[in-house]
Design a protein around this ligand. Structure first.
Ligand code: AVJ
Length: 319
């Protein structure tokens, strides 16, 4: 069946969002770095789903537990007939229970992975005939843009998974403050935030024994080869994930195991032995530090829920 999804193309080609431009800039930079948004091609999105099922990766299942327990409370706080905006909707698995409890009138999924977005929003439209389903293909990190046909709807933004952790705290504050201005007054945000905890526990989550996170990280090099025709020796790089305590972030890197180079478009990008390409920050917060950050962005804390081990937090922020 063809379920009707209203599609909004917000993808910007050649405006810094393009993979090729970002790779060339990132490899030329010192230190070398690349935005984690480039993890999510079709294969990367599948690998991320597999990460979520790893025993060491507590984030997803802990957040799901928190949401399941809090969903009626959330529905009471938010009220019916809103526009639910999901940022980085991916497989749109977490949002289902929320949709059923909240009964919003409209849903907007925003994701950078076009095929994933279309597939999952079509499924939502088929499963929830009472819901008007919209899909915006684009990079929300560049700022959330409301499709004109949805402007004015009181909204609740759903930003799960601690994806906010990909921003530095300063960027996260700027992002939330822009989000607040992009949504109509009185809109809220339901956001998952991973909490600071023992180094062992944090590092294990990003170094799963099955090697799925390593494959996810190394997939960036495969994308460079497949999509950009880069010459790159996959076996010559290793996955590394360490907790930078001063920055309160898990840092992921691709570490060069030898002196070598990546060649792209006739340019040679040299790596020393041990030199890294920094591929991700995943910042971890203390509860009160995140609430203070949200307050600086103009949000007050409407409610916060934790699991019983205080591994993860879900915040309802109100304008
Ligand atoms: C989707 C950004 C929340 O930082 O934990 C998982 C991505 N990277 N394992 C995270 C990720 C490595 C994830 N976020």
């Amino acid at each position: 069946m063809t379920a009707a999804v209203h599609f909004h193309d917000q993808h910007v080609e050649g405006a810094g969002g393009a993979f090729r431009d970002d790779v060339i800039h990132g490899l030329a930079a010192a230190p070398k770095a690349l935005s984690p948004k480039h993890f999510y091609d079709a294969r990367g999105s599948r690998l991320f789903e597999a990460i979520c099922a790893q025993p060491e990766y507590y984030l997803t299942r802990t957040e799901e537990g928190i949401l399941a327990a809090a969903v009626d409370e959330i529905a009471a706080l938010v009220g019916p007939d809103t526009l639910l905006v999901e940022l980085g909707s991916g497989a749109s698995r977490k949002v289902r229970r929320l949709l059923e409890a909240l009964r919003p009138s409209h849903y907007l999924g925003v994701d950078i992975s076009r095929d994933f977005l279309l597939q999952s929003t079509r499924r939502l439209a088929a499963d929830y005939p009472w819901l008007e389903v919209h899909a915006a293909w684009g990079d929300y990190s560049a700022g959330v843009r409301m499709p004109p046909s949805l402007a004015g709807h009181r909204a609740m933004a759903f930003f799960p998974g601690s994806s906010i952790g990909n921003f530095t705290p300063a960027e996260a504050e700027a992002f939330l403050s822009r989000l607040r201005r992009a949504l109509p007054p009185g809109s809220g945000v339901l956001i998952g935030v991973d909490l600071v905890k023992a180094r062992d526990r944090l590092e294990a989550a990003y170094n799963d024994a099955a090697g799925v996170t390593a494959a996810f990280n190394l997939n960036l090099l495969e994308r460079m080869r497949r999509e950009l025709g880069a010459e790159v020796e996959l076996g010559a790089f290793a996955h590394r994930a360490v907790f930078n305590e001063a920055a309160s972030c898990i840092e992921m890197h691709l570490v060069s195991r030898e002196r070598q180079a990546i060649t792209l478009d006739g340019q040679r990008f040299a790596f020393e032995l041990g030199e890294t390409l920094h591929t991700e920050n995943s910042c971890k917060y203390r509860l009160e530090d995140f609430q203070a950050l949200a307050a600086r962005a103009g949000y007050r804390s409407g409610a916060v829920w934790l699991d019983d081990q205080a591994l993860f937090s879900v915040h309802y922020l109100v304008d």
